[in-house]
Write a protein that binds this ligand. Structure first.
Ligand code: FAD
Length: 505
């Protein structure tokens, strides 16, 4: 936090001081400490260097855990005035959603300050109240946590009641989202839950990341809290808990086995060019096949044996250089082979499965199999067999042709793209083309080009592309998608199906 403040003695400036705690109350306390020490002969610089290392008392804004996603505070506050000041200070300092769990302290206090309690949690975005901590008092009829929760809710603040601390722990864990600041308030044993949640997070992040690093070869990369907006062409999306780029098939199968044993969900991602990842990111493990060893392209006669991580444009270039036609359409699709197989990506009248002979894949339990193209269940912009399998690679077939002719047709495709598609960040076509007419045309005919939500807008160049002006969130994109769908349905009676995959939380 590093809150700086000046202290003056009458007309004389004593100096500038910094503390690690936040909120006016803490600054006011620190000023008293400065005054006291100064009166007792300490120099301003001595006081300043002592203050800056003071983290305050335990259970007063005590930060038990902090990483890129969560901050957990334990605070003794149990009086409405303290609670209001603490929440305001934390909200001002931390931003994010404020998730609060409160344990009332003593029946007598709960009874006498009931109406003050009903308005002191205004800063909270989510609030739970648990049962009263008696502190050796005898219960008072009709004074309990449930009544307090109801009173706060009636005053307009949505509040839930958790009858026990175990239930409170469970509810808070279920509700937590990345960027949340979670504050446990109360002078009773609620501190146990605060420590439990902090320990859960500590264990979770350290142990899995460390275990992956131990079981995988040194060329495989493991990232923690990796921002996915930097890994998608649309430039939106929150973090992945863990992101792994395996450097071999055996490492990939290790990852799958670990996830299965530990019950961790995983998601497989290519170049992120057909994804809208929600702002909360993806829980569990995101696996990205992009290591060079998973992206090879090998020519064998008229066949190209390609790994799933191979970029489509590199495959198109390799085919061209080998004098093979039929793969030119891959040139401008910014994905890799794995994503193109899953999506049966296509352009200029061709689709991926037109050129696929066989697909190698790994099942979720780490087994490797190879199937003929016809058995993969490929349809327009989807391949059902890959919904729950991981493509490792495919054998693609081209037809012999003059490399110069192939080059010319690739150049022609490239020009057609650059003149019809926007250059801003996008995920390509947002909607599948319905039978009636291309989705972009329908959007255009409904007058929706340029329509926007936040930083997301329908491209003025192409009605089926949504572009990000650099400030869009996934929520903007999803709202825009829903609004466009609704308007097209109202105006033309056509229900557009999204082509992009919306994932995460
Ligand atoms: C500017 C632009 C132009 C585009 N033009 C076209 C176009 O002309 N035609 C077209 O069809 N698309 C187009 N797209 C969309 C996109 O490029 C394609 O759908 C591409 O095939 C997605 O590949 P990817 O590697 O980016 O996959 P991702 O977007 O990362 O993933 C897409 C899906 O594939 C799955 N997946 C990824 N890898 C694997 C794997 N190894 N095994 C199993 N499943 C996997 C993911 O789980 C996800 O469900 C365009 C996108 C952009 C941004």
């Amino acid at each position: 936090p590093d809150k700086g403040f000046m202290v003056w003695q009458h007309e004389k400036r004593l100096g500038e001081f910094h503390i690690q705690l936040f909120g006016e109350k803490n600054i006011s306390n620190a000023v008293s400490a400065v005054a006291f020490l100064h009166q007792n002969g300490f120099q301003a610089d001595e006081i300043a260097s002592a203050l800056v290392t003071c983290y305050g008392a335990n259970r007063r804004q005590q930060e038990l855990f902090s990483d890129k996603r969560y901050r957990i505070f334990d605070d003794y506050g149990h009086h409405p005035q303290e609670i209001r000041a603490t929440l305001r200070a934390i909200k001002e300092q931390c931003g994010g959603r404020l998730v609060v769990a409160f344990q009332p302290h003593r029946y007598s206090r709960t009874q006498s300050l009931l109406s003050e309690f009903s308005t002191c949690f205004e800063e909270a975005d989510l609030l739970w109240v648990t049962e009263v901590y008696a502190a050796s008092e005898a219960p008072i009829a009709d004074v309990n946590g449930q009544r307090l929760a109801t009173t706060i809710a009636e005053a307009g603040q949505p509040t839930a009641y958790a009858a026990t601390l175990d239930l409170l722990h469970e509810k808070v864990r279920m509700a937590m989202r990345p960027n949340d600041v979670v504050v446990f308030l109360g002078a009773g044993d609620i501190t146990r839950v605060a420590h439990q949640v902090a320990a859960d997070l500590q264990m979770k992040s350290i142990s899995h990341v460390e275990s992956f690093r131990k079981i995988l070869g040194e060329d495989s990369r493991v990232f923690e809290n990796e921002q996915l907006s930097t890994r998608t062409t649309l430039r939106v999306g929150g973090p992945a808990d863990i992101l792994i780029e395996p450097a071999s098939e055996s490492d990939l199968s290790q990852v799958l086995r670990y996830c299965s044993t530990e019950n961790i969900p995983f998601f497989i991602m290519g170049r992120g060019s057909n994804l809208v990842i929600r702002d909360g990111g993806i829980r569990g493990v995101v696996i990205v096949l992009k290591n060079d060893a998973m992206s090879r392209i090998m020519l064998k006669g008229e066949e190209l044996h390609c790994d799933a991580g191979a970029r489509l444009k590199h495959i198109a270039n390799a085919a061209r250089d080998a004098g093979l036609t039929g793969l030119e359409f891959l040139e401008g699709i910014p994905g890799c082979l794995g994503g193109a197989l899953r999506m049966n990506a296509g352009a200029m009248g061709s689709a991926t499965f037109d050129i696929v002979e066989r697909v190698r894949f790994m099942t979720r339990d780490g087994q490797i199999e190879e199937w003929q193209s016809v058995d993969m269940g490929a349809i327009y912009r989807s391949c059902s067999a890959l919904k729950n399998k991981i493509a490792l690679g495919a054998v693609l077939r081209g037809m012999p042709a003059d490399p110069e002719t192939v080059r010319t047709s690739m150049e022609d495709f490239r020009k057609r793209r650059t003149t019809s598609q926007p250059s801003a960040s996008s995920a390509g076509c947002m909607f599948k083309n319905p039978a009636e007419k291309p989705a972009g045309k329908l959007v255009d005919e409904c007058g929706l080009k340029g329509m926007s939500v936040g930083g997301a807008s329908v491209s003025k160049d192409h009605g089926n592309f949504f572009v990000n002006d650099g400030s869009a969130t996934a929520e903007d994109m999803i709202q825009l998608l829903n609004q466009v769908r609704e308007r097209v349905h109202e105006t033309c009676g056509v229900d557009l199906a999204p082509e992009v995959q919306i994932v995460g939380e």
